[in-house]
Design a protein around this ligand. Structure first.
Ligand SMILES: Nc1ncnc2c1ncn2[C@@H]1O[C@H](COP(=O)(O)OP(=O)(O)OP(=O)(O)O)[C@@H](O)[C@H]1O
Ligand SMILES: [Mg+2]
Length: 380
């Protein structure tokens, strides 16, 4: 079978010329002039080799290379940096960003062919070494908890679900909130200024499985955590969707259950990681507007490729009031069945948060705790 080569260069003439030369040599060519697109193609088509230009608008070759290396799927693909730069420092930066070889433009066709051939010849050996720990299928199941608006109990559910799954199965469980700058789980658990997630995000290095493992923080309840900071300025890391994708892929290897508090916006971050979820738990409250909003979010999830059968809809009552919808009315507006209804326990929820103890440990005999356990049983 012909080897697949992805060429990435913002200069269309180079793209065409190099593409044609390699095509004539019998290689199958994929091409793009955009770094972001290159990441998508690499992840979807897994080429045997990537020829990567350095100077590109939007995302330069160094960044593309770093991100390719951060994704376990694309991590083993050999990269030849293909650039007009010839300074030693630039070469070093390229190699540090993960390139395997360097070609200086303008390149002689013979040199290009020789490099491509040599790298492809060595590639299977390298891939075997690098892939060894990665090819074993991950054993962890990822459950993402999400809502269409804030403040309706997503974090409370994510936390209690994680603890309940761990209690029930005695399997390793990780709880993480993908809400940089808005993390509240650390406050609920009494973990001051958690730095694990921040360390992974602020570092410009490729995030390895070892890095993720080294930044997990155990909690007294028995679960491990990787929590977002609550410093407002850290919200800037919401833009680092690829890093969150890499973290999610690594987490799958580090525990049996991974519970993600995905918050309340269908941001690019969330749409990037959502297809890593084995199940999405969609939370809503019994008000007409929120149910309608949640219906739209359900449709958006399906449009993003989440199977309808993989979405578990739950209704969270936080207040004791007669002026809200009942289950039948909710299902009528929502258009899908709701699997669990949580009863309001404002005092217990408050006490649990004050004592930094998950509700199911603080009030194990309450109806709400049993509802968390029931949902955990269904998911396990
Ligand atoms: N079943 C419940 N009954 C009463 N109060 C609850 C219940 N579940 C959660 N709460 C309370 O509701 C408030 C919001 O919960 P939580 O922080 O889990 O929501 P969230 O959707 O994660 O909010 P945010 O968008 O701010 O992250 C908290 O004070 C929590 O203690
Ligand atoms: Mg929250």
């Amino acid at each position: 079978m012909a080897k697949k080569i992805l060429i990435v260069d913002d200069d269309i003439d180079t793209l065409k010329l190099v593409g044609m030369m390699l095509e004539q040599k019998g290689y199958e060519i994929l091409a793009t002039s955009n770094g972001k697109k290159a990441l998508e193609i690499a992840d979807a088509k897994l080429p045997d080799l990537i020829l990567l230009d350095v100077m590109m608008p939007e995302m330069d070759g160094y960044e593309v290379s770093r991100r390719l290396r951060a994704n376990p799927e694309t991590e083993p693909i050999p990269i030849i940096m293909f650039t007009a730069k010839s300074q030693v420092d630039d070469k070093i930066e390229g190699l540090e960003a993960g390139a395997d070889a360097y070609l200086t433009k303008p390149t002689q066709p013979r040199e290009l062919f020789a490099q491509v051939k040599a790298i492809l010849k060595r590639a299977p050996k390298r891939a075997a070494v690098v892939q060894a720990p990665v090819v074993a299928p991950p054993t962890g199941k990822v459950f993402g908890v999400l809502a269409a608006k804030g403040g309706i109990g997503v974090s409370t559910l994510a936390l209690n679900l994680a603890v309940s799954l761990h209690d029930k199965t005695e399997e390793s469980t990780i709880l993480s909130d993908y809400r940089p700058g808005q993390g509240t789980l650390s406050l609920d658990l009494g973990l001051r200024n958690p730095s694990g997630m921040l360390k992974l995000l602020e570092n410009n290095k490729v995030i390895s499985q070892k890095d993720v493992k080294g930044n997990l923080l155990p909690h007294a309840s028995g679960i491990k955590t990787l929590l977002a900071s609550h410093e407002p300025e850290d919200a800037k890391y919401t833009e680092e969707a690829d890093k969150f994708l890499a973290i999610t892929k690594h987490l799958r290897y580090l525990a049996s259950y991974i519970i993600l508090d995905l918050g309340s916006s269908f941001s690019p971050l969330i749409s990037t990681v959502i297809d890593q979820c084995d199940r999405v738990i969609l939370c809503m409250e019994p008000t007409p507007n929120n149910v309608q909003q949640t219906r739209l979010l359900f449709d958006a999830l399906v449009k993003a490729g989440v199977g309808m059968g993989l979405i578990t809809n739950v209704l969270i009552n936080r207040m004791r009031t007669s002026v809200q919808l009942n289950l039948e009315q909710v299902e009528d507006i929502f258009g899908h069945p709701v699997s669990t209804v949580f009863t309001p326990v404002p005092e217990m929820a408050y006490q649990a948060a004050r004592a930094n103890i998950p509700l199911i440990h603080q009030s194990p005999s309450s109806l709400t705790s049993r509802q968390f356990e029931k949902l955990a049983s269904v998911l396990a």
